[in-house]
Write a protein that binds this ligand. Structure first.
Ligand SMILES: C[S@@+](CC[C@H](N)C(=O)[O-])C[C@H]1O[C@@H](n2cnc3c(N)ncnc32)[C@H](O)[C@@H]1O
Ligand SMILES: [Zn+2]
Length: 287
């Protein structure tokens, strides 16, 4: 069980790693305001995260309140615990201390799981969804959470992260490479072709692209070398409520009106037998 952090703030190691998103200077935290020497200031929200974005992101980018609630409920049922274990196993070679950045952290489930294994390590959860980060900020006492759009240059110091985590989230290889220490480790989790295939077939949703893994390797290959790859495939029975959540927490939730997906989900009352299939890849930096 992950301890809840009632007065969520930003751990010192996270503040040291953050940069002002206006001018790039280091920042300091005082009275729940993050400030740079140029006077740019970012309030820490009551829920413990800081919003460093100064532009709105396009609709349909960030996970919504409903998607985040579905994800939190689904993850708390433990179906993806084997994936959280694989991710944490993959990052443990970095040892304790240092910083792990989770790019597209969502509710912080995987980052919290990883920090449980790495005493003294701090975690920075980056995500464009403030709703998700309210949960991430409280998911572990050593997590600090910042709202940011991963497609832009990150407000994070160069060469600062011992570990970088990317679980089912957008990938920006150039920024992955820049923020990682020279000996840093990048861990990427992606769904295998058969992941939730039965559920997707019964609802007429798109398949996972079979060439996804090859594209991941192509995308990262210029800046990273593949060190290790672990796969997990299992057949599980999802209670109907969790099967609905598995859809409602994914990208299809942005388009529930299409082909009556919402109504189809409402009619789903029986448990569903599905395949879970994940790949967790560990990469090292090319110099
Ligand atoms: C499928 S969810 C995965 C969340 C988390 N890693 C997990 O597996 O529980 C994708 C996440 O990426 C975030 N996201 C999507 N586009 C983003 C962007 N451009 N910048 C930052 N985060 C983004 C969403 O808000 C969402 O939390
Ligand atoms: Zn500044």
């Amino acid at each position: 069980m992950v301890p809840m952090n009632s007065a969520a703030s930003l751990p010192d190691d996270v503040v040291r790693a953050l940069r002002c998103s206006v001018c790039g200077s280091p920042v300091a935290l005082a009275q729940r305001v993050l400030r740079c020497p140029e006077g740019h200031a970012f309030d820490l929200a009551r829920q413990g995260y800081v919003n460093l974005l100064h532009a709105r992101t396009p609709a349909g980018t960030a996970d919504t309140v409903e998607m985040v609630a579905a994800r939190a409920d689904f993850l708390s049922a433990g179906h993806y615990e084997p994936l959280a274990d694989l991710v944490a196993d993959s990052l443990t070679p970095i040892g304790s201390g240092g910083l792990v950045v989770d790019a597209g952290a969502g509710t912080g489930y995987y980052l919290a799981h990883t920090l449980d294994r790495l005493p003294g390590t701090a975690g920075l959860a980056l995500d464009v969804s403030a709703v998700a980060l309210r949960r991430a900020a409280r998911a572990h006492p050593r997590i600090g959470a910042a709202v940011w759009n991963l497609w832009q240059d990150w407000p994070v110091a160069t060469g600062t992260a011992a570990g970088l985590l990317n679980v089912f989230a957008p990938r920006n290889p150039r920024e992955f490479h820049r923020v990682l220490r020279p000996d840093g480790v990048l861990v990427v989790a992606s769904p295998g072709p058969s992941h939730l295939a039965e559920l997707r077939a019964s609802l007429g949703l798109l398949d996972v692209d079979r060439s996804k893994q090859a594209r991941l390797d192509d995308l990262l290959g210029e800046l990273f070398t593949l060190d290790d790859r672990a796969e997990h495939t299992a057949t599980v029975t999802l209670p109907a409520a969790d099967a609905r959540r598995a859809v409602l927490m994914g990208p299809s939730a942005h388009h529930l009106e299409r082909r009556g997906l919402g109504e189809q989900l409402d009619r789903l009352h029986e448990p569903v037998v599905v395949t879970l299939s994940f790949t967790v890849s560990r990469f090292a930096k090319r110099s």
